[in-house]
Structure formats: structure tokens, C-alpha cells
Design a protein around this ligand. Structure first.
Ligand code: TMP
Length: 206
């Protein structure tokens, strides 16, 4: 597989989407084919799963882990692998680490089992680089409120859940420093973009 696979992770309201867009433009300006995508919801099946996961009734913890993994299996098979095989740069909002943090740390599930489900779903495809935009639950909530949008099922979880998710992300990054770039999401947009490019540029050269 000859492309590059970059994922952005972090709590809700971390600013991932803005940074994904800036990075995708930067890569495009360098002549690469860029596929900007997200989970859940990067395929037609995924769009339905996203609706069920975020705007449906209460979802059992195990069902939740399996639905995110099902979205991921479809997405990797239909979008991500084909793009990487064409040599494209895939810039993706959320991936396996979101399942490890939200389901593996936020929910009372076994982290190893959650990891195994996603590894099975993806055939063990891991990103070359994962940017973790670390955000405090307080700042995330402030940003969410500023948008005026109604919180979805996950966003409506208690502060304690969001704290566990944040700590989960930080532990993942600590355990895998070669893959993760951890940035403080409260930094100005352009500063974050520059730091991300600083890490991506060497990947293009290699
Ligand atoms: P988004 O709003 O950033 O697109 O993400 C949708 C929500 O789904 C967000 O609250 C994080 C959550 N999520 C999980 O709980 N597990 C996962 O594996 C993924 C991809 C997202």
C-alpha cells in the first residue's frame, strides 16, 4: 500500500474538522490525491449507522462498540484501503483510537476486546500518523454551546464520561509515541496547523 493514512482524534469540540480541512488543502496543494473522510459515516451504510448511533434510542455498550466497528469495516473496505492502494493521502476524522477511548475507556468494556473487534474489522490497518487534539471537557463544552447546536447522544454524556475519554486518549498516545502527535487544542488554529504539517512533511518525503 503506497498512500499515507493520517487520522485526527480528540474529544467532541477539539477542532478536528477544521484541522482536517486545513491539512487536506495543504496536501492537495502539493499535488497529492486527498481523500478527506470520517467515522462514523464515511459510507452510505455508515451514514445510517451514524444516525442510529448519535440520534437514536439508548444503545447498549456492546452494541455500540460493534456498530462503530461495523461502520469501520465498511469504511476501510470501501474507501480507505482503495484510496491507499491508489497512492492517495487519507485524512480522516476519527478511527480506531476513538473506539478505544470512548468505548474502551468511557464505557465499562474491556479495552483489549474493543481493540480486537476493530483490528478484526479493519484487517489490522493502523494510521501512519494520529494527531490527538487534546481538549479539556470544559473547553469542549464551551465550544459546543457556542455552536448553538443540540448535543447528540454521546455529547450529552456526563462530564465524568468525557474526562475518562480524554484520559483514555492520553494513555493511548503515551503508549505509542511514534504514531501520535499530541497537541493542545486550545492553541490558535494556525499554530496547530503548522505543528501538524511539521509532522506530515517528513512522511511525504519517506
Ligand atoms: P464526530 O461528531 O466527531 O463525528 O463523532 C461522532 C461521535 O461518535 C463522537 O461523540 C465520538 C463517537 N465515537 C465513538 O464513540 N466511537 C468511535 O469509534 C467513533 C469513530 C466515534
Amino acid at each position: 500500500m503506497s498512500g499515507i493514512f493520517i487520522t485526527l482524534e480528540g474529544g467532541d469540540g477539539a477542532g478536528k474538522t477544521t484541522q482536517a480541512e486545513l491539512l487536506a488543502s495543504w496536501l492537495g496543494e502539493r499535488g497529492l490525491e486527498v481523500v478527506q473522510t470520517r467515522e462514523p459515516g464515511g459510507t452510505m451504510l455508515g451514514a445510517s449507522l451514524r444516525e442510529l448511533l448519535l440520534h437514536g434510542e439508548h444503545v447498549d455498550d456492546r452494541a455500540e462498540a460493534l456498530l462503530y466497528a461495523a461502520d469501520r469495516a465498511q469504511h476501510v473496505s470501501k474507501v480507505v484501503r482503495p484510496a491507499l492502494e491508489r497512492g492517495a493521502a487519507v485524512v480522516q476524522d476519527r478511527y480506531i483510537d476513538s473506539s478505544l477511548a470512548y468505548q474502551g475507556a468511557g464505557r465499562p468494556l474491556d479495552l483489549t476486546e474493543v481493540r480486537r473487534i476493530s483490528e478484526w474489522a479493519t484487517g489490522g490497518l493502523w494510521p501512519h500518523l494520529t494527531v490527538l487534539l487534546d481538549v479539556t471537557p470544559e473547553l469542549a463544552q464551551k465550544r459546543r454551546e457556542a455552536t448553538g447546536e443540540r448535543a447528540d447522544r454521546l455529547e450529552s454524556e456526563a462530564a465524568e464520561f468525557h474526562r475518562a475519554v480524554r484520559e483514555g486518549f492520553l494513555r493511548l498516545a503515551e503508549a505509542d509515541p511514534d504514531r501520535f502527535l499530541v497537541l493542545d487544542a486550545s492553541l490558535p488554529r494556525d499554530e496547530l496547523h503548522a505543528a501538524i504539517i511539521g509532522q506530515v512533511a517528513p512522511l511525504l518525503a519517506s
